[in-house]
Ligand binder design. Structure first.
Ligand SMILES: Cc1cc2nc3c(=O)[nH]c(=O)nc-3n(C[C@H](O)[C@H](O)[C@H](O)COP(=O)(O)OP(=O)(O)OC[C@H]3O[C@@H](n4cnc5c(N)ncnc54)[C@H](O)[C@@H]3O)c2cc1C
Length: 399
């Protein structure tokens, strides 16, 4: 197993670090370390401008193949990119759902026409995307979606009707990719379609959901005969599950590996406070800080192990299946540690406008880490069934 990167990769590290040092200054100084989960409402327009700056420098969609406008970076270099981005305090990316989910899915499954229509607008940061998978009755059991898609011959369009929920960044998004039932008689994973739906139209009603953090990063989205062009279905009617699952592979893939540097920033901040306010004198706190440090090193070595055994086609091996369960539990515990290090201060917001500090927001938002992108229980099922080959848990029959 290799524990370091090659000389070429380290040279690449220097080039991205230098570009960030040169560009993430001046008007962008105030958005350093801002945005991202729990902080998405901050400096949205400024972060949008930053997205354009990244695009001008060719630093969006760095893992996409060159023929689709990306940099075609190796997995190692993508990890390095994300590491340096976080180290420099790069703000939460407003275009991450398009770049990390919609784009790779269109590259893998989309038509030429869909690729030429949508990919350039993701690359240049002009069009933002959201993910319309979950519904009130379909979360972990995603195949239970009830949203319907009916083809209207007169309009030559699909009409989408149903309710999605927990749709992150829907209010900021131009487009939503969603799964809907094209065959009304079907159940389970059959009879679904994967659609690309424009958000700014009369048939789409977005209602923000208030979160623990006081902000509304996710939303309910109601579709009432929302129109979707005939050529905005990815694959054929009935292919929706295959496309949707392909997309989840991207969600759990390389894009999450670079986040360890963000975690390091948070742990550094906690250690700094512990030293300053005396919490570091408490043996129990010292132990937990040491454990957090060890957990982060384990994540690092597990990522390197995964990269070492990558076969070159982007597929991550079975060992990678532990990653979501591990990082989400670690991160949730880091939120607890942050509160205990802050002590009574953790519960105080000093004055108007009563905004949470980064660590308060970290604590509250990390409650959701073990839920989104597949809950901890579902991750354990995945590890048991797909990595360890244990018998599958009983599933309801499909027709
Ligand atoms: C911050 C955040 C952002 C999100 N963003 C989006 C988004 O942009 N788009 C989107 O489509 N969705 C989004 N989601 C939704 C997310 O994907 C779902 O919350 C998640 O899949 C769980 O589904 P659920 O909430 O319906 O819970 P349920 O599936 O109802 O689960 C409830 C509980 O039962 C457990 N459980 C369920 N099935 C099993 C089983 N088979 N075995 C063992 N235990 C089980 C779960 O682990 C959980 O503890 C987001 C969620 C959060 C928290």
């Amino acid at each position: 197993m290799k524990l370091t990167f090659s000389a070429d990769d380290e040279a690449f590290r220097e080039s991205i670090a230098a570009w960030l040092a040169e560009n993430l200054t001046g008007e962008f100084e105030k958005i350093r370390f801002r945005g991202g989960p729990g902080d998405e409402h901050m400096y949205f327009e400024e972060r949008r401008e930053w997205e354009y700056r990244l695009a001008e420098g060719g630093w969006t969609c760095v893992g996409w193949p060159r023929e689709h406008g990306g940099r075609g970076l190796s997995i190692e270099q993508q990890v390095i990119f994300h590491e340096e981005y976080a180290r420099a305090g790069g703000p939460g990316r407003v275009g991450h759902i398009g770049e990390g989910l919609a784009g790779p899915t269109l590259i893998a499954f989309g038509s030429d026409q869909q690729q030429s229509r949508f990919l350039p607008q993701i690359l240049n940061g002009k069009e933002l995307w959201c993910q319309g998978y979950s519904e009130p009755g379909a979360g972990s059991d995603l195949a239970n979606v009830r949203t319907r898609a009916v083809f209207d011959e007169n309009k030559d369009k699909w009409l989408i009707t149903g309710q999605k929920i927990w749709t992150s960044l829907a209010t900021e998004s131009d487009w939503c990719f969603l799964i809907a039932r094209t065959d009304p008689a079907s159940r389970g994973s059959r009879g679904l379609g994967f659609f690309l739906v424009e958000m700014d139209q009369p048939g789409v009603d977005i209602r923000p959901i208030n979160q623990l953090t006081g902000t509304s990063e996710f939303n309910e989205v109601f579709f009432d005969a929302a129109e979707c062009d005939a050529d905005c279905i990815v694959g054929e009617p009935g292919d929706g599950w295959k496309v949707a699952m392909g997309l989840l592979g991207f969600e759990r893939g390389v894009s999450t590996l670079g986040q360890q540097m963000l975690f390091q920033n948070e742990l550094d901040e906690i250690v700094r406070i512990a030293k300053a306010n005396g919490a570091a004198e408490d043996p129990a706190i010292r132990q937990r800080i040491a454990d957090a440090h060890i957990g982060l090193r384990i994540m690092r070595y597990n990522s390197m192990r995964t990269l070492s055994s990558d076969v070159g086609d982007g597929s991550l091996e079975k060992a990678a299946m532990i990653y979501k369960l591990y990082w989400s539990s670690w991160h949730r515990n880091l939120g607890n540690l942050a509160m205990d290090v802050l002590g009574p201060e953790a519960e105080i917001i000093e004055s108007e406008p009563y905004e949470l500090t980064r660590l308060q927001s970290l604590f509250l938002f990390t409650r959701s880490d073990t839920i989104y992108g597949g809950t901890n229980q579902i991750q354990r099922n995945i590890i048991a069934e797909r990595a360890l080959g244990l018998p599958r848990e009983p599933r309801p029959p499909t027709n």
